[in-house]
Design a binder for this molecule. Structure first.
Ligand code: SF4
Length: 355
């Protein structure tokens, strides 16, 4: 472990007394899928202006920023994208982050969200580089339905083989592998029960995500949302469930266990049951802009501080100012019909800041 000075700049609280605990870092704005709820093909086509490589934060810059965030209490880093496994040599970044420890001296909790397309090839090298766990997005088991969700010709079997490779590489040892399924009414909601049956008893935790109005390009409509309550009811009717307590403060998923003891599932209900009250997440875009909410309209540029003459203490001061001023709670505002006009119009794209 290299010598890293501990500044312990102290926990940060925002306007709603929410601490900064969880940092999501987008390492690329590119993806090899075109999920309709995130990167609709009509918008993210060959003419779309993706970020030039020199705009991306380098691994050294990401690690330096991560250290500053850790000195303010961050305990978990999630690598996202676009598709993070498309970022060349991502294992090198994971190795650099894995050398960092949290303020209480524990290893940093490093995880990653992937569409699983490259997992079969990369699972072992990711595990060797220090990745502790992984979340895989999978929106169905039926190839035709899967294609309707991700708009590319990619077989479900390859993603399932990637998940098996992740299990074989030990990425489910310290914490269960998680599967995220976005549910869109009339497209893949008939896959809810088959997916539950498929992963029941495997030790893998399947989470159902309510379709969200992320970004400004996915044409979101409320009538295409399947409320989590309905998801639970559909599964419970065939495989009885019991509610579980949250496993961590600020957890996004509500947990349910199969009554027969064969595992658990989760639901993430940003639309019908907002969880902004204890949202402790910040998101760093691929080019170093800090976003304080998944539905934000703008972010604060930290790259200029990294590439300028500022010290870590200067970056810490900037971060303190940004987080202290944070009052984001879009899902609550959406729920009570008070979402500010600006947010209704121009939200940042999820593929740019990660989920
Ligand atoms: S809407 Fe924003 S503030 Fe609320 S939980 Fe999501 S990211 Fe956090």
């Amino acid at each position: 472990m290299w010598f890293t000075p501990r500044y312990d700049w102290g926990m940060l609280l925002d306007q709603r007394q929410r601490p900064l605990r969880d940092l999501r870092i987008s390492v690329t704005d590119r993806c090899n899928f075109r999920c309709s709820y995130c990167m609709p093909k009509e918008v993210f086509n060959k003419d779309y202006a993706y970020l030039p490589h020199d705009h991306l934060l380098s691994f050294e810059e990401i690690t330096r920023l991560a250290r500053v965030f850790i000195e303010h209490g961050v305990q978990k880093i999630r690598l996202t994208g676009g598709e993070p496994l498309l970022r060349k040599n991502i294992e090198v970044l994971i190795e650099m982050l894995a050398k960092l420890s949290t303020l209480d001296g524990k290893p940093l909790d490093i995880t990653l969200t992937t569409n699983g397309s490259l997992l079969k090839k990369k699972a072992q090298s990711l595990a060797n580089s220090g990745l502790r766990r992984v979340t895989v997005s999978l929106d169905g088991l039926d190839d035709a339905i899967f294609k309707r969700m991700n708009d590319v010709d990619f077989p479900v079997s390859d993603v399932l083989e990637g998940i098996a490779a992740a299990q074989a590489a030990g990425l489910g040892q310290q914490a269960p592998i998680k599967i995220n399924m976005v549910v869109k009414r009339g497209v893949n909601d008939d896959q809810i029960v088959p997916m539950a049956q498929h992963f029941k008893g495997t030790g893998i935790v399947l989470r159902f995500i309510e379709y969200m109005d992320v970004g400004s390009t996915n044409g979101w409509r409320m009538d295409e949302v399947v409320p989590s309550q309905d998801v639970i009811a559909r599964i419970h009717a065939q495989m009885p469930l019991v509610a579980l307590a949250p496993s961590a403060h600020g957890e996004t998923a509500q947990r349910w266990a199969y009554a027969d003891g064969s595992g658990e599932i989760g639901v993430i209900s940003s639309v019908t049951q907002a969880f902004c009250a204890d949202c402790n997440r910040a998101r760093l875009s691929t080019e170093g802009r800090l976003f304080l909410c998944l539905f934000a309209t703008q972010g604060q540029d930290l790259r200029a501080l990294l590439r300028g003459t500022q010290s870590d203490a200067d970056i810490s001061a900037a971060l303190q100012k940004i987080w202290h001023a944070r009052d984001d709670h879009y899902s609550e505002q959406r729920a009570n019909g008070q979402a500010p006009k600006i947010i209704q119009l121009k939200r940042v794209e999820m593929s740019y800041i990660g989920g």
